[in-house]
Design a protein around this ligand. Structure first.
Ligand SMILES: [Zn+2]
Ligand SMILES: [Zn+2]
Length: 258
């Protein structure tokens, strides 16, 4: 499975900057997990391949360019863009984003070929198919309804924590998988901001370390994501001081393969 954390920002020569401001993972060039930078970071050719988007939760950094992505494709879509989310998240997207005030309600609009956007409600805790992938979504502990994901292509299995703090069911599902090649897990705030991390339901390096004691698999890559740009250097220093085998930081723009 090939996974890229899409860049959020670019420097003056057009290369991805190392900071992550938005969240969007592209899997095998065709399935997106969240859509923060989806409309900003894809080439025209890549844009043509993505029709399946799993939205873990409706926070702006995860959905910022979802309306723009569909808007860009509006006249040419021959099949709708499928947005996979829990029923709660679909309701929030319809109420707060695609509400005719912030943006048009694309789920009610058609182009010359038919509907342009289709919601696919996802069941919590049960497997479902997205393109060639088998996905299990698990509720995690964030301040809005949010799911973590365990994604398999039949050869590799990769887990995405999404935004979360201390949680239980995610680890049960993840530990049940026969093998896991990589865990992409959030580390939003430095240890000095543990209180803000707690109220906003995010990890710091210290709380991430405690949480990783629930992981039963060994020898996998553990890549920290969702590192707040303002505290990036400190968080990376604190993560490396943990000396956890396999723990690194996922770089936006790099394609990882498992
Ligand atoms: Zn969030
Ligand atoms: Zn976030």
């Amino acid at each position: 499975m090939r996974i890229q954390l899409l860049p959020s920002t670019f420097n003056s020569d057009g290369h991805a900057t190392p900071e992550q401001r938005l969240t969007c993972f592209l899997i095998d060039e065709s399935v997106a997990v969240d859509a923060g930078s989806l409309a900003l970071a894809l080439s025209a050719e890549q844009r043509e391949k993505v029709r399946d988007i799993i939205v873990t939760h409706p926070h702006m950094d995860h959905i910022a360019s979802l309306p723009i992505f569909i808007d860009d494709l509006f006249p040419t879509l021959k099949t709708p863009v499928r947005v996979y989310a829990t029923p709660e998240v679909i309701s929030l997207l319809e109420r707060d984003i695609f509400n005719w005030n912030v943006y048009p309600r694309f789920s009610e609009l058609k182009n010359d070929y038919g509907p342009v956007m289709q919601y696919v409600p996802i069941p919590a805790g049960q497997e479902f198919k997205v393109a060639h992938l088998t996905v299990t979504a698990v509720a995690v502990n964030h301040i809005v309804p949010t799911v973590g994901l365990v994604v398999s292509d039949g050869r590799a299995t990769i887990a995405f924590s999404s935004d979360t703090s201390e949680t239980e069911e995610f680890w049960i599902i993840l530990n049940r998988a026969p093998s896991i090649q990589a865990l992409l897990i959030e580390a939003s705030f430095p240890d000095s901001m543990a209180q803000l991390a707690e109220v906003s339901r995010h990890f710091t390096p210290a709380s991430l370390k405690r949480e990783l004691s629930k992981l039963k698999h060994n020898g996998l890559d553990i890549l920290a994501v969702h590192i707040k740009p303002a505290y990036r250097a400190t968080i990376i220093e604190e993560l490396s001081a943990l000396q956890i085998p396999g723990l690194g930081v996922m770089e936006p723009g790099t394609v990882y393969e498992w």
